[in-house]
Write a protein that binds this ligand. Structure first.
Ligand SMILES: Nc1ncnc2c1ncn2[C@@H]1O[C@H](COP(=O)(O)OP(=O)(O)OP(=O)(O)O)[C@@H](O)[C@H]1O
Ligand SMILES: [Mg+2]
Length: 257
């Protein structure tokens, strides 16, 4: 059951960049409410401010004005240290370019956020292996990123993002570097994490097929967000998402509670 719980709320968020003598207002009064368990896609032309918005939501950057509330807490007044603590506790990031550390194995990459969280060394493996299993990558725990395919790398990156048990998973073009079959596989994994485990996910994408699989779809244009898809007037509700049975049977996938 998805209750309206106001997990993330953006109120009139604006972001300007000064370039030389001129100022460019990239975000011009964004309003967005995300509830726990939501799956939201954000589409928009290149340069429209998607990553800017994600960086604000992910507490990597601050808005020029407006309020950003995470679990009811206005983050504007927090110091940089408080922001990074909150980020470590609540936000998981997945990027187009995976951003795995090449010298570490898949398992070690997933352990990293746990290390930052102060998890005891003896517990790291026990905590990280189930995460790799969750994304069907348990059998590749000892492989380095260079020995993995793009889709496998992104699965490891998703496991790493989940390691901190984030309130919110932010994915910026998570399928952007993948061929269409692999993109579908990664997308299916994200859908499954949302549908079966209630992980709240925001996905930035250029791909309408990816966007359409999300229950909520928003577009960013001219600095503003517009909700389309489910719930928007005159728009046919998106088809229900069905996880791919192949992905469900992925090696190492554990039965879901
Ligand atoms: N640090 C910065 N300083 C100045 N301008 C910036 C900065 N970061 C982003 N911008 C500008 O803000 C606008 C939005 O950038 P952003 O990266 O958010 O776009 P995007 O929608 O993510 O694009 P893409 O789809 O290409 O990733 C762009 O015009 C960009 O040049
Ligand atoms: Mg971007």
């Amino acid at each position: 059951m998805k209750a309206a719980n106001g997990m993330l709320r953006l109120i009139d968020v604006r972001k300007s960049y000064r370039i030389g003598p001129s100022t460019r207002e990239v975000l011009q009064g964004i309003r967005l409410d995300v509830n726990a368990g939501d799956l939201v896609s954000i589409m928009g032309p290149s340069g429209s401010g998607k990553t800017t918005l994600m960086n604000i939501i992910g507490l990597l950057d601050r808005p020029t004005s407006g309020a950003c509330l995470l679990n009811g807490r206005d983050v504007a007044r927090l110091t940089d240290d408080e922001l990074s603590t909150l980020r470590n506790e609540h936000i998981g990031f997945v990027f187009q370019s995976f951003q795995l550390l090449p010298q570490l194995t898949a398992l070690e990459n997933v352990c990293l956020p746990l290390v930052y969280r102060g998890v005891a060394r003896a517990q790291l493996r026990t905590r990280a292996l189930p995460l790799l299993a969750r994304v069907g990558m348990a059998d590749w725990a000892g492989h380095r990123p260079s020995q993995l395919s793009g889709g496998q790398k992104q699965r490891v990156a998703i496991a790493r993002a989940l390691a901190g048990e984030p309130t919110l998973l932010l994915a910026d073009e998570p399928t952007g570097a993948l061929d269409s079959d692999t993109a579908l596989e990664v997308m299916t994994l994200l859908l499954r994490l949302n549908a079966e485990q209630g992980v709240t996910i925001l996905i930035i994408t250029h791909d309408p097929l990816v966007a359409r699989q999300c229950a909520r779809q928003v577009r960013i244009r001219d600095g503003n967000l517009h909700e389309v898809g489910a719930g928007a007037a005159g728009v046919i509700a998106p088809r229900p998402t069905r996880p791919d049975p192949e992905v469900m049977r992925a090696p190492g996938a554990r039965p879901q509670p």
